[in-house]
Ligand binder design. Structure first.
Ligand code: FAD
Ligand code: SF4
Length: 544
């Protein structure tokens, strides 16, 4: 039985879903429902206890849970209805959804528009077709992240990471912080799969070797993994590493089961739905945003785009008949993936085009072709496949004629190898923002001279890195009386880079009693006078 009608229903309460629900409500949708199968809001951010979120939305360096809390507090004051611990198990065209939860059983609802924000999941070892037996000790990096950061369960002691995507890089560092030895990260491609700033702060900081252009040839072990053999992709020079744990970080695939049920056409390149610049799929009234569309590097961009998509869904619910034309936008030379795949002929106010290039280019020039004619060109100093490029659609369309179809291409000097990461030979990889500029610091003439920075933040970072390298410290501590066994924690200010062992010793003995609120001071004088360790997520007492 259908027991409720909503104007907009958003499926998935990660950062995309939260922002879409807020966007829909603020754009005037009457009843907005936000559904998630998890028992809490925030999606993947709840397990991302590292820092690196919020630079765009809040001009701050936040951890994943802190970023989520800021958006959740906005959501809670917005009159959006939430259904947590509830899965959407069926979805049909015309706005008919079936929800299932332990508390309310199975129920049907109707909705004027639906926003799909179910994120993505990791490719498994099967996807990499690696031979060998199937012993215990093999995890996807995201599963290991959840086990360590949310459940407080360490996955192993002698670790090898396969694939250098961001999740793998972050987990390599996390395992070291938790006392494991990470022997290597093995990457098939000649360049890292994750952002350069993660290579710098997760591998270089901890001396973890990255083997580019290498692949795993077999995993051995009877009951538990006991070793990994690997060698260059072109053959020869095979080596073996003894280990008890292998983490796979070999890519993300969109959660598209519900999109299939809704008969939403999917892009074979991204794996997600085709969308227009308003986030509408090719199925009227079905919208999509966030990692479901294509995996984003920066959560801030997820939130920004999703808020706009939610507003579009509200407009559709109000006036489903107001159909507009769509202009196809297709990837051309050098572009591996591109979203949106269509421009809304009525305008794309504020929308961005997100793309990934197929190789590394210096002095890249993105060219929008309008038939045979160049409509616009936008330049970037360098672009790499691991980092999503976002281009303002309004800026790109300036001077375009609005023909039958646009093509985006990239041209530039191809870079053979990855620019050196980390500090070596006076070189410092700036980790302040994803541009990851390579800075050269020269202190030979007394005053420091920094070259290669695109902004003053980079100069300040290079000077600090040269004199006294510091990192924000993040981890989790034991939580007593809460609904999860661990609570994320962080140093209020960065600590000296070499002090992480001291910091982990303090955290290992810490017992935090629920309730605790985000930002609450847990340890005064943490590692050094004047610094503090604070909770990076609120936790209620359980049972309340
Ligand atoms: C390990 C890792 C590290 C990252 N590090 C950074 C970083 O340092 N800085 C940064 O800015 N970004 C980072 N990102 C990227 C950023 O976190 C993601 O782009 C963003 O979280 C994606 O949000 P989302 O809402 O699309 O997906 P998710 O956060 O995955 O949310 C999807 C939600 O949908 C729910 N769901 C799925 N199916 C159903 C269903 N059928 N019914 C009900 N609910 C359902 C899931 O439970 C989940 O809560 C990182 C991502 C990962 C994975
Ligand atoms: S120098 Fe500026 S633009 Fe370049 S990575 Fe650093 S903060 Fe970003």
């Amino acid at each position: 039985m259908r027991d409720a009608h909503y104007d907009v229903t958003v499926i998935g309460a990660g950062p995309a879903g939260i922002a879409a629900a807020i966007g829909a409500r603020e754009a005037g949708a009457g009843r907005v429902l936000l559904v998630d199968r998890d028992h809490r809001l925030g999606g993947i951010l709840n397990q991302c206890v590292h820092a690196g979120f919020g630079a765009v939305c809040f001009d701050a360096e936040l951890t994943g849970p802190e970023y989520a809390e800021r958006w959740v507090s906005r959501l809670l004051s917005s009159d959006v209805e939430t259904a947590l611990h509830t899965s959407v198990v069926d979805a049909r065209r015309g706005g008919r959804l079936t929800l299932s939860s332990a508390e309310r059983g199975v129920r049907g609802i109707e909705t004027g528009a639906v926003v799909l924000a179910m994120g993505c999941r990791e490719r498994t070892r099967g996807g990499a077709v690696i031979p060998g037996s199937r012993p215990a000790g093999i995890f996807s990096a995201g599963t290991a992240q959840r086990l360590i950061n949310v459940d407080g369960l360490m996955v192993g002691r002698e670790v090898v990471v396969v694939g250098s995507g961001d999740v793998g890089l972050i987990m390599a560092r996390r395992c070291v912080l938790e006392g494991a030895r990470v022997h290597a990260v093995i990457e098939r491609l000649p360049w890292p799969g994750g952002c350069s700033r993660n290579v710098a702060q997760c591998l270089d900081d901890f001396g973890i070797p990255l083997h580019l252009g290498h692949t795993v040839t077999s995993i051995s072990g009877l009951y538990r993994v006991d070793g990994v053999s690997f060698g260059p992709v072109h053959g020869g020079g095979e080596k073996r590493i003894d280990c008890d744990t292998v983490l796979f970080s070999i890519g993300l695939v969109p959660e598209i089961e519900l999109a299939r049920l809704l008969e939403v056409p999917l892009d074979p390149v991204t794996g997600g739905p085709f969308i227009d610049s308003g986030g509408q799929t090719l199925q009227a009234g079905v919208f999509a945003c966030g990692n479901l569309v294509q995996p984003y590097d920066l959560v801030d961009l997820v939130s920004r785009d999703a808020e706009r998509v939610g507003a579009g869904a509200a407009a559709f619910a109000r006036d489903p008949g107001a159909a507009r034309g769509r202009i196809p936008l297709q990837p051309g030379r050098g572009i591996r993936s591109l979203t949106p795949q269509f421009l809304d002929a009525g305008g794309a106010a504020g929308a961005s085009l997100c793309c990934r290039v197929d190789r590394r280019y210096r002095r890249a020039r993105f060219v929008l072709r309008d038939g045979d004619r160049i409509a616009t060109a936008v330049e970037r100093e360098y672009v790499v496949p691991a980092e999503m490029v976002t281009l303002g659609i309004d800026e790109l369309l300036r001077g375009a004629h609005r023909p039958g179809r646009f093509t985006l291409e990239v041209e530039g000097e191809e870079m053979e190898s990855a620019p050196a990461a980390g500090a070596s030979d006076g070189a410092v990889r700036c980790i302040v923002c994803p541009a990851s500029c390579l800075l050269r610091v020269d202190g030979s003439a007394g005053a420091l001279k920094v070259r290669g920075a695109r902004c003053s933040k980079g100069i300040a970072y290079a000077e600090q890195e040269y004199r006294d390298p510091r990192r924000l410290f993040t981890s989790t501590a034991v939580l007593l009386g809460g609904d999860t066994p661990r609570v994320p924690v962080r140093s209020l200010r960065p600590i000296a880079r070499g002090d992480w062992k001291k910091a982990m010793e303090v955290v290992a003995t810490l017992r935090v009693r629920a309730p605790v609120s985000c930002g609450q001071v847990l340890v005064d004088g943490f590692v050094e006078p004047g610094n503090t360790l604070v909770a990076a997520q609120s936790a209620a007492r359980f049972p309340s």
